[in-house]
Design a protein around this ligand. Structure first.
Ligand SMILES: [Ca+2]
Ligand SMILES: [Ca+2]
Length: 333
């Protein structure tokens, strides 16, 4: 079992390896809402010109968009992280499918838990990973030996789960429409199954992300900030010590804030990473193999984790959980 027990000390070694360390959160090894109003306004302004056809369609399945399949390109021949195997670009064939417009929110996950009495893996393990800015200085000192070796801004904190996503003394008040976090791949599968859905494959997720465009970095095109406005929730400033939250959010953003393409999909890139159904290595037969996650998170900055691109990918073991990792579901058409 790829899990830590509560007494295991994690060897602390700083290794600036060009990523945010989000893929190191394997178990083997007070939200600052700066301006919800501003974020909402930005989302309306920046994405307004996409409110043409898809947004006017009456969805056949509430909260989901029908994504056209066919022969679609995924991946890239211009990889930013060769080790992530973003390349080569390849052609895949997909059937049409439905994809949730939004990341699964705390409200939705609460409905699932209330109906099933489901207990997440973080609750069973008794801990999950928190980013350092959510811990006060005394807590950081107390937990300094519980940091991730190659990404020391991640702390394994006892008692943290989806119910108190920003620390043991926090709760979900005000976060009802924020994405559920601290959920493992297995938790995500359990939710989607309960909802009569499934996790998207990586190819499906990426096809949704691309919004019918070919060879673009982001769901809307190649420019990060068209019209000098924010289109996603990532990190502005210096990572990991100076998040200016110019996009309106220091941590998660409501799931319905940043509409990113003509498929009427929100927060595909940014906000929280999203689990996909795919194995990272199809030959991995371990008890808790790595699964592909997509889209980057509010902790991503170009200098350190330029993974808020459709082609970008990373992985975690399927029992892992963290404060910047969530999911959305898909369904056969
Ligand atoms: Ca942000
Ligand atoms: Ca996302």
């Amino acid at each position: 079992m790829a899990c830590f027990d509560g007494l295991l000390l994690i060897v602390f070694l700083i290794g600036a390896n060009g990523d945010c360390g989000c893929n190191k959160l394997d178990r083997a090894a007070s939200v600052v809402e700066k301006s919800d109003k501003v974020c909402k306004q930005q989302a309306r302004n920046t994405n307004g010109h996409y409110r043409d056809y898809y947004a006017e369609l009456e969805p056949e399945i509430e909260g989901m968009s029908l994504i056209p399949g066919g022969s679609v390109h995924i991946g890239t021949d211009n990889p930013h992280f060769q080790a992530d195997r973003e390349s080569p670009e390849r052609l895949v064939k997909l059937k049409d499918f439905y994809l949730d417009k939004h990341e699964v929110s705390n409200t939705k996950f609460e409905e699932f838990v209330s109906a099933t009495n489901y207990t997440t893996e973080a609750e069973r393990f008794g801990d999950s990973f928190l980013f350092k800015t959510l811990l006060g200085a005394p807590e950081q000192k107390r937990l300094e030996n519980y940091r991730v070796a190659s990404a020391p801004w991640w702390y394994k904190v006892s008692g943290v789960s989806w119910r108190n996503p920003n620390g043991v003394d926090t709760n979900l008040n005000g976060l009802e429409q924020h994405p559920v976090v601290h959920v493992s791949w297995r938790d995500a599968v359990a939710y989607c199954t309960w909802a009569g859905k499934r996790l998207p494959s990586e190819a499906e997720w990426e096809t949704g992300c691309r919004g019918g465009k070919q060879r673009k970095l982001f769901p809307w095109g190649n420019k990060l900030m068209p019209k000098e406005q924010h289109w996603l929730n990532i990190w502005q400033g210096d990572f990991p010590d100076g998040n200016t939250a110019d996009d309106g959010y220091e941590t998660t953003c409501p799931v319905d804030r940043f509409r990113q393409n003509v498929y009427d999909l929100y927060n595909m890139v940014g906000n929280v990473w999203e689990w996909t159904a795919d194995l990272w290595d199809t030959n991995d037969v371990s008890v808790s193999p790595n699964r592909v996650k997509k889209g980057g998170s509010y902790l991503c900055h170009k200098s350190y984790c330029f993974r808020y691109r459709c082609a970008a990918r990373s992985q975690n073991t399927e029992d892992s959980s963290a404060g910047n990792l969530g999911f959305r579901c898909a369904k056969d058409a």
